[in-house]
Write a protein of this length. Structure first.
Length: 286
């Protein structure tokens, strides 16, 4: 079995992504790691080159700044990397996602188990969306709790906006991949970066959704969805993490938006009836 990994990154240094930690977190279980580096305003390319692993293969690309439709440029850049993968499986990581070392054997065993199973096209991870600091994560149907991050490299798949995959059957309309859940966690640290870095990111990327930048204030959130993280973070990312203590505190005077009110109702229904109402970009088959 050959396992490819891939990602795309641009301005990773100035935008505060833990992209080196992300890449290194799964290097032990992959045979190659394809990194698509967009033309950047910082030393992102040099930093990736400095990892100095024979498994890493770098592609340099230019983003299409004329593409402003629903983040499709992200899908383009994701697929540039994926189309250069040569393994049986293609393992996608975003620049702010890290895998725990304790889950590596479990993930590899899952790939081995389903490599030749034609009913299984993708492998799903459980998500921690950390928020504000390393001690806090979000638990709400507004934030997807599970997502596929590994897909078979032998099926016709593409990513319309970078976030999820669609599979094409005989040139028909795309469908979500058939998947299994491996029980491993994905540690998502995008909202742990400083507010300055997050606002800079927004200023630079909102154009790809044909939107303008709106100032981000971490405290402007429904505090009821912030949970305390009591586990351990991956060793590879612990030096990068902010050192604040305690659970992140939302603004007590924050006025709930319509979406937040809707998600509160959904969360109440989940708790009452044992439902799981977050968005799923896959079809569970086993």
């Amino acid at each position: 079995m050959k396992v490819s990994a891939f990602t795309f990154i641009k301005n990773g240094e100035i935008l505060g992504y833990p992209f080196v930690e992300s890449i290194k977190s799964i290097l032990p279980i992959v045979d190659e790691f394809v990194v698509n580096v967009g033309q950047s305003e910082d030393d992102t390319l040099k930093i990736i080159q400095a990892i100095d692993s024979p498994k890493i293969r770098i592609i340099e690309s230019h983003w299409n700044n004329n593409m402003k439709d629903r983040g499709y440029v992200y899908g383009q850049q994701k697929m540039i990397a994926q189309f250069n993968c040569t393994g049986d499986w293609a393992f996608y990581l975003e620049g702010d996602e890290v895998v725990h070392e304790e889950d590596l054997d479990k993930i590899y065993a899952c790939m081995e188990k389903y490599k030749d199973d034609t009913d299984v096209e993708a492998i799903v991870f459980d998500y921690y969306h950390f928020y504000g600091n390393a001690n806090s994560y979000l638990w709400s149907p507004a934030w997807y709790r599970k997502a596929p991050r590994i897909i078979k490299n032998s099926i016709r798949s593409y990513a319309p906006d970078g976030l999820f995959w669609l599979v094409l059957d005989q040139n028909k309309i795309g469908r979500y991949p058939k998947a299994v859940e491996c029980g491993a966690k994905m540690y998502h640290y995008g909202w742990v970066r400083s507010e300055a870095q997050m606002n800079l990111k927004s200023e630079k990327v909102q154009q790809y959704w044909n939107k303008g930048h709106k100032t981000i204030n971490y405290a402007d959130i429904d505090g009821s969805i912030i949970q305390e993280f009591k586990g351990t973070h991956p060793k590879i990312v612990q030096e990068w993490l902010p050192k604040e203590k305690g659970v992140f505190q939302a603004d007590k005077h924050h006025v709930l938006t319509k979406k937040e009110k809707k998600h509160r109702i959904m969360l109440t229904l989940e708790n009452l009836f044992g439902l799981e109402l977050s968005k799923k970009h896959y079809k569970r088959v086993k």
